[in-house]
Write a protein that binds this ligand. Structure first.
Ligand SMILES: [Cu+2]
Length: 116
């Protein structure tokens, strides 16, 4: 399934924004403040700057780069609408720096957050 072709008319909802030359995303979590050991959900919207995204190839994960480990859980991603995705199963089990990894088709975007 190809969604959200081209940048024209593609607007990202408010949230943390990450982009590279080819795609821009925004995401937010619920609850907004991530707490250690508490599950959260994450919604992500994407705007390819050209071409289209292959929604079948969207993956999300997170790790603690300094500790060289990931989460203890696998995230489930489901499409909500064109280029919008809801994911659940997130849980950060330690305080410190976590790095989200969003893979959208061939694109890989990362975003760091600090969890107290
Ligand atoms: Cu750790």
């Amino acid at each position: 399934m190809l969604v959200c072709a081209g940048a024209a008319g593609c607007e990202l909802p408010p949230g943390a924004r990450v982009e590279n030359d080819r795609v821009a995303i925004s995401y937010r979590t619920a609850p907004a403040r991530i707490e250690v050991g508490k599950p959260f959900v994450l919604e992500l919207s994407a705007c390819p700057k050209k071409g289209a995204l292959d929604a079948a190839r969207v993956r999300m994960d997170a790790s603690m780069p300094e500790h060289r480990h990931g989460m203890n859980y696998r995230v489930r991603v489901e499409p909500l609408a064109a280029a919008r995705f809801r994911s659940e199963g997130w849980l950060f089990h330690m305080p410190g720096r976590w790095e989200f990894v969003f893979e959208l088709g061939g694109e890989r975007l990362t975003h760091s957050v600090r969890i107290e």
